[in-house]
Design a protein around this ligand. Structure first.
Ligand code: ADP
Ligand code: MG
Ligand code: MG
Length: 915
């Protein structure tokens, strides 16, 4: 850049800055930093801002690039700007009569803890201090400023630790026999200032610089250098902020909130940042300077009191807050100072807020005419919706727990929300305590299995010491919205003695614990929770607006009527996946299922299936009732048969035990009995062994089962259609869609379709009712995706089972990989992201694109959906939108999130098109 480059902008030169960056406000923020840009903008809005100027981020970058030398012309421009400030204030920097004091404030494009702190009161030395005393007649005030300068300059610019300074003050208080700084006299502060200068000299081997310009120059350089400081670099790495942005420096006339009882300083939010309510929230201190409010040394006052303390200043402040909100069209976080009754604004920026406040503020602002509905929808992130679905721990209660040492351990945050309960170490006890005794229970296991589900359902929360994000515990917890923390490796569970420990903390069964599934934390004892409300009226309104904008349908995965009801309540427009596995697993049904698997006789198999049918019919009736008028996709049985039989090793153990007992029998009747038992077990074991597969994921499951045992398909179809006919008679409107899992070749579908249609027709003829139904398949094998045109000849809909499709596309077994190499792949960047959490766009996504295109080339009306877990992931939803899917289907608890994410996808598409 040439020597004519403009490195410095006075606060009233915002137009020049805009021109330089071609009018983009984001670019102005980039040039002047967030703080500087808003100080300039407020100046333009005629908000009272103490005069000052900004050294640009470009100046910072040039300084660092030149080996820590100011770029040519920069310091001259700064001195020019200082002159302009002098004439605006009528004061002079370093003057012995009417000295100007300034602050030096850092500020990059994004606010960044870890950057250099602010130095206040620059320009003070023994001479200017005297002049200030002359002017104000307040020696105490001036020496208080002076000692602050020496300390801040010392610590911020020269890196001197705070302790020696603090020691001096403590000693001084003790000597004076007073409790607070406010009681110290002018002489005390004068002495403190002198002591501070000695500390400065001791640490830096130099005298405190008395030249105001040198003070200013050194402070400026320190801000520039702090951009590359370790703290700042670490923070940027963590927050994903670019390293080449640089920081700006703001030099600004000092305003004194510590000039007496007519002065004050404070911070405020223009709305309540926790609830979003529309009223100013904040804290202030009378007779105090800058940092004092946030430093927490003195007890602050509620901003409401300011109305009484300084009524005129407060009225003006209120007006300014309103104007700033109107101008920035968002809630603002502001800093202000009142000097002798006169109000000055020192900072404004968009305020940080909780999820609840974000929703309410976005909706309120639409109603106040400040923003459009589209903007409101885009301002809330899908993840923020999650907040409304689960109880959360009160922040203060958590802080207290940390400081009192009741924080126990951290694990994986697999299912959000807060849960408090007593520890139960097995499913039966968890269920008994919860159901029979009405206790709140946290079920704790090393890991969970399908036969633990009854306990998991009864529990408030689930905690395991092993397992990953896709462990059984994690999946079940998410499906039912139960808070869960898994993989807490520091937790040692001693099931035999019914206790667990973390380090030397011992927790017995029945003790209270609290788990935070949002953060993955475990606490001892009961933490306070607060329950956000899914019926929050602002949230409901926002979601209705989101529905106006989205093009994707949002359906839910629900296996039980209770899930279906919840899904509907949350806004689901259909069931995209009703799994039927559980309809085989339940206690009264499992014996029939096992009999069906064990027998080779067609008649016995028929009998077994006939016994299961009425149960399944009832299940379907419940779901159809809940989904009156909406489509329900039912997937026929999917898992390999061995899952319904006892475990092979358990059986071998039991056999072994029986044989041992046989050796110790006393009478023949017992021998007969034992022999009979052994024979039975051996038959089962034989069957289990014959069903054993080296690779069950790729074995006899899904449609392959239906082809192998056609009676299974027929029974399920009969149950579905009998249920559909039954509810039709109650005037419930049913749209069943029967889905075949794991198809890889169109012939499989042809065969199943034939079996299905003839059975469906039979039932409808028997009942004399016509049911409007569809037949389709899951796409979870690459071959099926690639041949979707052939498949579309026989399927009226396809649904991407992206869990299996990801496994089969990558050739990765998820359960094995997530516990093993996959996490390492992700952390070392071999894979950019976990493909089981976010759809892999170039592989799996591309297969989906091929399937949709080929499928719709044959049948333009082909309904295309997704029912894998990805259907609830915002990034994957964006991809589904781009692929033109008909709907996404996800867990009921993610339905509201998906509604918003689908709207974002549509609106973002619209925005990029507009550009
Ligand atoms: P931070 O980014 O840490 O908030 P700031 O630059 O905003 O740092 O300043 C820290 C404190 O000093 C704030 O309370 C701010 O209002 C106050 N302050 C900064 N400059 C001045 C000034 N010129 N006059 C009065 N107070 C100031
Ligand atoms: Mg600030
Ligand atoms: Mg599958």
């Amino acid at each position: 850049m040439s020597s004519k480059s403009k490195w410095v902008y006075i606060f009233n030169e915002v137009e020049q800055a805009e021109k330089y960056v071609d009018g983009e406000w984001e670019a102005v923020r980039g040039l002047l930093g967030g703080k500087g840009a808003n100080l300039a903008e407020m100046t333009r809005l005629k908000v009272p801002v103490p005069p000052g100027f900004t050294l640009t981020t470009e100046a910072c970058n040039a300084y660092l690039a030149a080996g820590e030398n100011f770029p040519e012309g920069m310091w001259e421009q700064a001195l020019e700007a200082l002159k302009a400030v002098e004439s605006a204030t009528g004061k002079k920097f370093g003057d012995k009569k009417n000295p100007l004091l300034v602050s030096c404030r850092s500020g990059g494009k994004f606010s960044m803890p870890g950057m250099m702190d602010t130095v206040l009161n620059i320009g003070l030395n023994d001479d200017t201090a005297k002049a200030m005393i002359q002017l104000t007649g307040d020696e105490r005030f001036v020496y208080d400023l002076y000692r602050r300068l020496v300390q801040m300059f010392g610590s911020v610019v020269m890196g001197i630790p705070d302790e020696p300074f603090e020691e001096v003050i403590t000693r001084t208080r003790r000597k004076a026999g007073v409790k607070s700084d406010a009681e110290l006299t002018a002489e005390d502060w004068q002495k403190v200032t002198a002591d501070f200068k000695n500390i400065y000299k001791h640490h830096t081997h130099r005298s405190f610089p008395s030249d105001p310009l040198l003070q200013l120059r050194k402070a400026t350089e320190a801000v520039f250098k702090s951009w590359n400081g370790k703290r700042a670099v670490d923070y940027r790495n963590a927050a994903g902020i670019a390293h080449d942005l640089g920081t700006a420096v703001n030099i600004q006339t000092m305003i004194f909130g510590n000039m007496g009882d007519n002065s004050a300083t404070g911070v405020a939010m223009t709305r309540n940042a926790s609830t979003g309510e529309k009223h100013i929230e904040g804290d202030y201190l009378m007779n105090a300077q800058g940092e004092d409010v946030v430093a927490g040394i003195r007890l602050t006052n509620d901003i409401k009191e300011l109305k009484k303390d300084l009524p005129d200043a407060y009225a003006q402040f209120e007006q300014i807050c309103e104007n700033l909100e109107k101008h920035y069209r968002d809630m603002q976080d502001v800093e202000f100072t009142v000097e002798n009754g006169r109000l000055w604004m020192l900072q404004t920026r968009d305020g940080k807020r909780t999820a609840q406040a974000a929703v309410r503020i976005a909706v309120d602002m639409v109603e106040e005419g400040l923003i459009s509905k589209e903007e409101a929808v885009l301002r809330v992130s899908p993840d923020q919706i999650d907040f409304f679905l689960h109880p959360q721990f009160d922040i203060q209660s958590k802080q207290k727990a940390h400081s009192s040492g009741s924080f126990l351990a951290k694990g994986l945050n697999v299912s959000p929300g807060a849960a408090v309960g007593i520890v139960a170490f097995d499913a039966d006890r968890a269920e008994k305590w919860a159901k029979d005794e009405g206790k709140d229970v946290i079920m704790v296991r090393p890991e969970t299995k399908p036969d633990d589900v009854h306990g998991m359902l009864a529990a408030e929360g689930i905690l395991t010491s092993r397992g990953g994000r896709t462990s059984h515990a994690a999946l079940v917890a998410r499906q039912f919205g139960t808070p869960a923390v898994v993989g807490v490796s520091s937790l040692e569970i001693d099931l035999a003695n019914r206790r667990m420990h973390v380090g030397n903390q011992v927790i017995k069964e029945g003790d209270w614990i609290s788990i935070d599934g949002t953060a993955g934390e475990v606490y001892l004892g009961k933490l306070e929770t607060m329950v956000p409300d899914i019926k929050d009226p602002w949230l409901l309104k926002l979601l209705l607006w989101a529905d106006e904008f989205r093009r994707l349908g949002v359906w839910a995965n629900a296996d039980y009527p209770k899930d279906a009801e919840r899904a509907r309540e949350y806004g689901a427009q259909g069931i995209g996946l009703c799994r039927t596995e559980h309809m085989f697993f339940e206690a009264e049904r499992l014996p029939h299922v096992q009999k069906m698997i064990m027998t080779d006789l067609p008649r016995e198999r028929q009998e077994a299936l006939a016994a299961i049918l009425p149960f399944q019919r009832e299940d379907f009736i419940g779901i159809f009732r809940a989904m009156d008028g909406l489509p329900v996709i039912i997937r026929l049985i999917d898992p390999p048969l061995h899952e319904f039989l006892p475990n092979r090793f358990d059986l071998m153990h039991e056999l072994f035990d029986l044989k041992i007992r046989l050796q110790h029998t006393a009478n023949l009747a017992q021998v007969d009995d034992l022999l009979e038992q052994i024979r039975q077990k051996e038959t089962i074991l034989k069957r289990v062994e014959s069903l054993h597969e080296a690779n069950p994921m790729l074995g006899l499951r899904g449609v392959r089962l239906g082809i192998q045992i056609p009676e299974l398909t027929t029974m399920q179809v009969r149950a579905i259609f009998e249920a559909a006919c039954a509810v039709s008679k109650e005037d419930v409107v049913v749209h069943p869609e029967v889905m075949i899992p794991l198809t890889s070749h169109v012939n499989e579908l042809k065969i199943q379709r034939q079996a299905l249609e003839s059975e469906a027709k039979k039932v409808m003829d028997e009942q004399g009712i016509k049911i409007d139904y569809k037949f389709g398949t899951m796409i979870e094998i690459p071959r099926a995706a690639i041949t979707a045109d052939e498949i579309a000849e026989y399927a009226q809909f396809i649904s991407f089972g992206t869990n299996d499709l990801t496994q089969t596309t990558f050739g990765i077994s998820r359960d094995d990989a997530e516990a093993g190499f996959l996490m390492q792949y992700i952390s070392t960047g071999v894979l950019p992201e976990n493909p089981f959490a976010v759809i892999d766009p170039n592989g799996v996504g591309e297969l989906m694109r091929i399937a949709v295109t080929k499928g719709r080339s044959v049948n333009p009306d082909l309904e295309c959906g997704i029912c894998g877990e990805h259907g609830g992931d915002p990034e994957s939803i964006l991809l589904c939108h781009e692929l033109g899917l008909t709907y996404v289907s996800c867990s009921p608890f993610r339905v509201p999130i998906a509604r918003l994410a689908a709207a974002h996808a549509a609106l973002q598409g619209r925005i990029t098109k507009d550009q």
